[in-house]
Design a protein around this ligand. Structure first.
Ligand code: ZN
Length: 320
């Protein structure tokens, strides 16, 4: 999650003329009120969830069997059962007041966690959350609105010992009008570690690195081998054939150079390495895991060309 707080002029949001802000005064009154009350974690801290989380995150499991501190939020998640949500009415009212004022969009901007003590299998957690602060009206690139920060205190059930604190900040805003001239697609950052890759692109070759010591292929380009640490490598050209290993369809947030929705795919090359790219030749809602794809080069503008993947024609999935 990231926030962008660069101030840019915006004339479509709530008045931002430096005058009195009655809405801010109203929102400010919610500071200190509960956002969630007397909630209980859905499951006790347990070894299977710790193991699955560590595997998914690529995080080494703590040798003493405790839960990694960064799992904190996991133990407070209500799951898909909305009836379990402990959200307090004050928080709903605050969001409702913002909706009414036209600040109907929301983006999570950042979160902070502090850890007080470890959790071990068998521990149960409870938590309360408070509306900690509401910012004065701000105009950002996204629009004009208010940053709302909630603080959740997670405690061990039984003795009530503080386990950790989780601050979560959102921007509720009125979207800015999109009248600016169409932005160019962001430029890749070319540095000495990846210059060879972009040189390959300019020659319509998709180059991956092969470790000279252990022959492991790697992508994206890195100075050293993930498998053996060797910094000696040779660039090899990939066949350009692959399959969609995974994908997401981007709806939000909108970036000026891209028309949502669009698919972003993790393509597994025939050589075994994976790369993130776009899929061409099929609408975003026809992209499927396992779909065969083939490399092509997309001329984006007069100075940018990108390797993308075209759904292979004649393939049943693509034709459906
Ligand atoms: Zn190696």
């Amino acid at each position: 999650m990231s926030g962008d707080r660069r101030e840019t002029p915006d004339r479509t949001g709530p008045p931002d003329d430096g005058g009195p802000d009655a809405l801010f005064e109203k929102l400010k009154a919610y500071e200190g009120q509960p956002a969630a009350q007397a909630a209980r974690g859905r499951d006790p801290v347990n070894t299977p969830m710790i193991r699955h989380w560590c595997e998914a995150m690529g995080h080494p499991a703590p040798p003493d069997g405790s839960a990694p501190a960064t799992m904190l939020q996991v133990w407070t998640m209500p799951g898909l059962d909305r009836g379990r949500s402990a959200r307090a009415s004050a928080y709903d009212e605050l969001l409702g007041a913002l909706d009414e004022a036209g600040c109907t969009s929301v983006v999570a901007t950042d979160s902070e966690q502090e850890y007080a003590r470890p959790l071990r299998p068998g521990d149960e957690v409870g938590y309360d959350a408070v509306i900690e602060s509401v910012s004065p009206r701000k105009t950002t690139k996204l629009g004009t609105g208010y940053f709302v920060t909630t603080r959740m205190d997670i405690r061990r059930a039984g003795d009530g010992a503080l386990v950790g604190t989780h601050r979560f900040r959102i921007l509720k805003y009125r979207p800015a009008a999109r009248s600016a001239p169409r932005a160019r697609r962001p430029r890749p950052v070319v540095n000495r570690d990846n210059a060879g890759f972009w040189e390959g692109v300019s020659q319509h070759r998709l180059l991956v690195q092969r470790c000279d010591a252990c022959a492991a292929l790697r992508f994206p380009w890195l100075p050293g081998c993930n498998a053996c640490g060797s910094d000696s490598w040779t660039a090899v050209e990939a066949s350009g054939r692959g399959t969609v290993y995974s994908y997401v369809v981007m709806h939000h947030p909108p970036f000026p150079a891209f028309d949502v929705p669009y698919a972003v795919a993790l393509v597994e090359l025939a050589e075994g390495v994976r790369m993130i790219s776009n899929i061409t030749g099929v609408p975003h809602d026809r992209v499927r895991v396992g779909m065969p794809v083939e490399l092509e080069f997309l001329r984006v503008d007069d100075e940018l060309e990108l390797p993308v993947f075209r759904a292979r024609t004649g393939d049943e999935e693509a034709a459906r």
